[in-house]
Design a protein around this ligand. Structure first.
Ligand code: 26V
Length: 775
C-alpha cells in the first residue's frame, strides 16, 4: 500500500506546477516533528474507509498496520511541530514551500518510566528503513569546515580562498509533503545526512597502520547528523551543535543556489524568486553563508550581496528565555568556520559604524546591538540585523520582543517587526485525530471546514441544540474510552472513563509549571481527607512530556508526579475521586490520541514565558476547555471565545516582568500567610511521601530558598479559585457541552492555514492560489 501511495505521490509530483515563475520559499529548521504519514495521507485522500475494507478482505487490520509506522522524533516540541504544520499548510495553500533540515539518525530519545523516574532510550526510527524518504545522492553538496582562508588582491578586488578544510558530504533525503485536496502541489522536505566525501577509509592513515585515525575520521563526520540535541532548555555551547547548524545551512543554500541558477534569472533578482525563512536562531548562519556564496563564488560586491541577503531572509523568534538565546565563543566559531567568521565580523563592524553615526550619544544602544561582545557571537543579534522581517509567535510575545528583548533594535528597525500568531494543522489534529467529531461537524455544517477552518464558526447555531450537544458528549466519551484502552494496554493502569480528564501534556519545564498543577492536586487530596464531600465528581489528572536528560529539576518533577500518583492510588479514601497518570513517551502520535479525549486543557505557564504554545490550540479544536494564564496564545484564545468560555487566572505578564525587574516578590510571605498552601509545600519534604526522603528538596528549595522564580506560590490561590469555577461548570452537563461547542466553533483562526496565509502575504510576498480565493 505504501508503494501504491508513493506511486501516486510521484505521479502527482510530476504534475506539480513548479513553474519557473513561482517564488520558492525555503523553511530552514533544525527540527521537523512530522508525525506518522500513512494514515494522514489516507485521510487527506479520503480513502481511509475504502482501504480499511479492502485490507479487511485480506485479513489485515488497518490499525495494526498503521502502528507499524515509525513516528520520526526529529524535534523537541512546539518549534519542530510548528515547522511540520507549516509544511502542510504551505502545500495546501499552493505555495512552493520546502523544508530544509537534518536527517538525524537518532531522534528525540524514547522515554521510559522506571520506578517513577524518566529513563532515556535511543530512538532508532530508521531501523526498519523509512518508506517515505528518497535518497538523492546526485544532489549532494560538499560542506567545508576548519582550514585557513587566504586573501589575495586580484584586479583591485579581494579574493578569498578556503584551504586545508575538512570536507563533509551532505546527502539529501527527500520526503514528499502532500496536503489535502492538492494533487498538483507536492512540496518537499529535504533532510541532510552527513557522510565522508569518499566512501573509502582514509587510506593514508590506514596504510600508516593508524586504523583508529582512519575510523575516527569517518565517525567524526557521521557524528554531525547522528543525533538530535535533546534539550530545549539550555544552549550547550558544544562544537558539534554548531557543526550541525552550519552543515544543514550550507547544504541547503548550496542546493538552493544550484536550482536557482538553472532558472536563468539574474542573480540580482534572487530575493524576488527565493524566500529563506529561519526558524529561531539555529539556522541563522544562512545570513553569512549566503553572503559568502554571493561574494566568494559569484563575485558580487559587499553592498549588493548584503541587499540580496537581507531581502531574502526572514526570522522567527520562539522564546524570550535568556538561557535559550544562542551565543558562540569566538574562538570555537573562528576555528570551525574561518571564512564565515570573517563575514560575521565585517557585518558587525559595518553595523556598529552605522549605529555609531545614527545614535551618537547612545552608548548603551550601540553596545546592546553589537553581534560580537564579551568574546561571544550573539546569534539573535545577527538574525535581526541580517533579515528583512522579525516576527514573534503570538501578540503578547511580539509585544515583549518589541518592548524588551529587542527594544534597541525596535528603535532602529521598527519596520521589520511583526506578529504572526501560531496555528496548528487542523486536518491532522482534528480531521484525522478525531474522526467521530469530524463526522459530526461535517454532518452539521458540511465539509467546507476542512479547507477553511473558519467555517467551524457555523457550528454556533447548535449551541442550544440539546440533541447535537448530546452527540458531542458521546464523541468525547468515546474518545476517552479509546485513551483508557491505550493506557491499559501500554502502561497497565485502569483509568475511569467516566471521570473528568484534566490534561497537561508538554515538555517538562519550570516555567510551564507542572508543579502548580501538582500542588493543586495535593491540595484537593488534603481537602478530601478532611471532608470527603469537598470535591464533586471524580477526576483523572493526565500528565505527559519529556524532560531534557540533563535537566535535573524537570526530572524530579516527573518523579514527583509519579510518587503522588502512587500515594493517591494507595489511599482508599481518595482514590475514587482522584487519579493521576503519567503518559510515557509523549509524542505526536500520542498527542493525536490525547487531545480528543481531554475535558480540560492546562495552559498554566508563568505569564510572559510561553511564547505561544500550540497544544492549547489542539485541545481547543477538540472541544477541551482551557484553564490558563494570560500567556502566549492563551490571550488570543480568550479574545476568540470571550472570558465566559475560558478559565483565566494568575499574574499578568506586565506584573511578572515588573517583579523581575524591580523585585518586591517574597515567596516566603505567601508560605507563612497561606495555611493550606504551606501544608502542600511542606509535604514535599516532611515525610508525607514515605519513600522520598530528600528527593523533592530541590523543588522545596526552588520555592522558598530561591524565591520561586516562576511565581508558583503567587498564582496558587487564583488557580484554585478558577478551578473551582470550572468544576461548577462541569457539573452542569448541558452548560459544559455548550462551552465545548463554542470553543470548537471559535478555533478556526488557530489553523496554521491562517498563519501561513499571513506569512505568505506579509513576509514572503508570495501568491497563494488557494487562500487568495477566501478573502
Ligand atoms: C525554552 C526554554 C525555557 C526554559 C529555559 C531555556 C529554554 C530554552 C529553549 C526553549 C524553547 C526553544 C524554542 C521553542 O521551542 N519555542 C517554542 O516554540 C513554539 C512554537 O512557536 C511555541 O509555541 C512555544 O511557546 C515555544 O516555547
Amino acid at each position: 500500500m505504501v508503494l501504491l501511495l508513493k506511486e501516486t505521490i510521484s505521479f502527482n509530483r510530476a504534475l506539480t506546477k513548479n513553474s519557473i515563475s513561482t517564488k520558492q520559499v525555503y523553511y530552514f529548521s533544525m527540527e521537523f516533528l512530522i508525525g506518522r504519514l500513512l494514515r494522514y495521507y489516507l485521510v487527506n485522500m479520503e480513502v481511509e474507509e475504502l482501504v480499511r475494507e479492502s485490507l479487511a478482505e485480506l485479513h489485515i487490520n488497518l490499525d495494526d498496520l498503521l502502528e507499524q509506522e515509525a513516528d520520526p522524533g526529529l524535534g523537541n516540541g512546539g518549534l519542530g511541530r510548528l515547522a511540520a504544520c507549516f509544511l502542510d499548510s504551505m502545500a495546501f495553500g499552493g505555495i512552493s514551500g520546502h523544508g530544509n533540515g537534518i536527517r538525524y539518525k537518532y531522534g528525540l530519545f524514547e522515554q521510559k518510566i522506571r520506578n517513577g523516574f524518566q529513563t532515556e532510550l535511543a530512538d532508532n526510527w530508521l531501523k526498519n528503513d523509512y518508506p517515505w524518504e528518497i535518497r538523492r545522492a546526485d544532489k549532494s553538496v560538499v560542506v567545508k569546515f576548519k582550514g585557513n582562508v587566504q586573501t589575495e588582491c586580484a584586479d583591485g578586488k579581494l579574493v578569498f580562498y578556503h584551504e586545508d578544510y575538512e570536507p563533509v558530504l551532505a546527502v539529501p533525503y527527500d520526503i514528499p509533503v502532500m496536503s489535502y485536496d492538492n494533487p498538483s502541489n507536492i512540496n518537499n522536505l529535504r533532510l541532510w545526512s552527513a557522510e565522508p566525501v569518499s566512501n573509502e577509509l582514509d587510506f593514508a592513515s590506514f596504510n600508516r597502520g593508524d586504523f583508529n585515525q582512519a575510523v575516527s575520521l569517518r565517525s567524526g563526520v557521521e557524528a554531525i547528523s547522528y543525533i538530535l540535541y535533546p534539550d530545549d532548555c539550555s544552549r550547550s555551547g558544544k562544537e558539534l551543535r554548531l557543526k550541525q547548524e552550519y552543515f544543514f545551512v550550507a547544504a541547503g543554500l548550496g542546493s538552493i543556489m544550484r536550482s536557482f541558477k538553472k532558472r536563468n534569472f539574474p542573480l540580482g533578482d534572487f530575493s524576488r524568486w527565493v524566500s529563506i525563512h529561519i526558524n529561531d536562531t539555529h539556522p541563522v548562519l544562512c545570513i553569512p553563508e549566503l553572503m559568502r556564496i554571493l561574494i566568494d563564488e559569484e563575485g558580487l560586491g559587499w553592498d549588493q550581496a548584503w541587499n540580496i541577503t537581507v531581502n531574502s531572509i526572514s526570522f522567527t523568534n520562539h522564546t524570550i528565555m535568556p538561557e535559550a538565546l544562542e551565543k558562540w565563543p569566538v574562538n570555537l566559531f573562528k576555528n570551525l568556520l574561518p571564512r564565515i567568521y570573517m563575514i560575521v565580523e565585517e557585518i558587525d563592524r559595518r553595523f556598529k559604524e552605522r549605529t555609531a553615526k545614527q545614535f551618537i550619544d547612545d552608548v548603551q544602544l550601540i553596545q546592546n546591538t553589537q553581534i560580537i561582545a564579551d568574546g561571544h557571537i550573539q546569534m539573535a543579534n545577527l538574525a535581526v540585523i541580517g533579515s528583512s522581517s522579525v516576527n514573534g509567535v503570538a501578540s503578547l510575545h511580539t509585544m515583549i520582543l518589541k518592548q524588551r528583548v529587542f527594544s534597541d533594535y525596535f528603535r532602529i528597525f521598527g519596520y521589520k517587526f511583526n506578529n504572526k500568531t501560531n496555528g496548528v494543522n487542523h486536518r491532522r489534529f482534528l480531521l484525522a485525530a478525531n474522526p467521530l467529531l469530524s463526522a459530526l461537524i461535517t454532518e452539521a455544517i458540511g465539509p467546507g471546514w476542512k479547507k477553511n477552518a473558519e467555517e467551524l464558526e457555523n457550528l454556533l447555531i447548535y449551541r442550544e441544540d440539546a440533541s447535537f450537544l448530546e452527540k458531542l458528549a458521546q464523541v468525547k466519551s468515546h474518545n476517552k474510552t479509546q485513551l483508557v484502552k491505550y493506557v491499559k494496554e501500554n502502561q497497565g493502569s485502569d483509568l475511569d472513563s467516566q471521570s473528568m480528564f484534566d490534561v497537561q501534556v508538554k515538555r517538562i519545564h519550570a516555567y510551564k509549571r507542572q508543579l502548580l498543577n501538582i500542588l493543586k492536586i495535593m491540595h484537593l487530596y488534603n481537602q478530601l481527607l478532611e471532608n470527603p464531600n469537598s470535591l464533586p465528581g471524580s477526576h483523572t489528572f493526565i500528565f505527559g512530556g519529556k524532560a531534557a536528560p540533563g535537566y535535573h529539576y524537570a526530572k524530579t518533577i516527573i518523579k514527583l508526579i509519579n510518587t503522588l500518583a502512587e500515594k493517591i492510588h494507595k489511599e482508599s479514601r481518595v482514590r475514587e475521586k482522584l487519579q493521576i497518570v503519567f503518559l510515557e513517551n509523549f509524542n505526536v502520535s500520542l498527542g493525536e490520541l490525547v487531545y480528543p479525549a481531554a475535558d480540560i486543557s492546562e495552559q498554566i505557564s508563568t505569564a510572559s514565558k510561553e511564547a505561544s504554545g500550540t497544544g492549547n490550540m489542539k485541545f481547543m479544536m477538540n472541544g477541551a476547555i482551557t484553564i490558563g494564564t494570560l500567556d502566549g496564545a492563551n490571550v488570543e484564545i480568550k479574545e476568540a471565545v470571550g472570558e465566559k468560555n475560558i478559565f483565566i487566572f494568575g499574574l499578568a505578564a506586565e506584573e511578572v516582568l515588573r517583579y523581575s525587574s524591580e523585585g518586591g516578590y517574597k515567596s516566603l510571605d505567601l508560605y507563612y500567610s497561606n495555611q493550606s498552601l504551606r501544608l502542600c509545600v511542606d509535604q514535599l519534604v516532611n515525610g508525607f511521601f514515605e519513600t522520598a526522603g530528600e528527593e523533592f528538596r530541590v523543588i522545596f528549595d526552588s520555592l522558598l530558598l530561591y524565591n520561586d522564580d516562576y511565581f508558583v506560590l503567587r498564582d496558587f490561590d487564583t488557580y484554585l479559585e478558577a478551578y473551582k469555577k470550572l468544576q461548577c461548570s462541569y457539573t452542569d452537563k448541558k452548560h459544559w457541552q455548550g462551552l465545548s461547542l463554542f470553543n470548537i466553533a471559535k478555533s478556526g483562526i488557530f489553523s496554521s492555514d491562517r498563519t501561513i496565509r499571513e506569512y505568505a502575504k506579509q513576509i514572503w510576498k508570495v501568491n497563494t492560489r488557494r487562500f487568495d480565493s477566501y478573502i
